[in-house]
Design a binder for this molecule. Structure first.
Ligand code: HEM
Length: 134
């Protein structure tokens, strides 16, 4: 966090690819969009079948006097979707083009993770696996 806080806001915005004040997509000028290594660009992935990865994110930032971090939580239909995004973030390439890895990678270290099955909710006949929780 100390390294992040030292960055001027315009550089933070280039790392994320969004304007800090209102989250609007950053345009670095001339309609070029956000920097190609920004988190916004690197976390945007098209799968081999041409579909764009869609994920619902529900992360939890935390900080105390010892450490700060983000419990990154996302919901996807298939773990391969999450993996495609994370792989592109740490890869120096995007769609075969060398753009460098996700600029946000400099600011955190992943320490643990897990995959969980989340049954869908239904107000009619229950949901798959509901007997596990009865
Ligand atoms: C410490 C790690 C991370 C930080 C601090 C972080 C931070 C952010 C921020 C500030 C945004 C833009 C604001 C927003 O839309 O909420 C964002 C967007 C996003 N992040 Fe992360 N993120 C982290 C890790 C990840 C990981 C591990 C993934 C997926 C593997 C991910 C996927 C995304 C996606 C898909 C977006 C939407 C892209 C967009 O802005 O249009 N992030 N993240």
């Amino acid at each position: 966090m100390a390294e992040w806080e030292r960055l001027p806001v315009d550089e933070q915005e280039r790392v994320v690819g969004r304007r800090k004040a209102d989250s609007a997509p950053l345009d670095i000028g001339g309609g070029e969009g956000a920097p190609l290594d920004s988190h916004k660009e690197k976390s945007s992935v098209t799968m081999a079948d041409g579909t764009e990865v869609e994920m619902l994110r529900r992360s939890f930032p935390y900080a105390d006097e010892r450490e700060a971090g983000l419990l990154f939580v996302c919901f996807v239909r298939d773990p391969a979707q999450y993996e495609a995004v994370k792989n592109q973030m740490v890869s120096p390439a995007t769609n075969g083009r060398h753009v460098g890895k996700d600029a946000i990678e400099r600011f955190y270290t992943a320490v643990a993770g897990g995959y969980y099955f989340v049954p869908p909710l239904s107000d009619r006949d229950g949901y798959i696996g509901d007997f596990f929780f009865a």
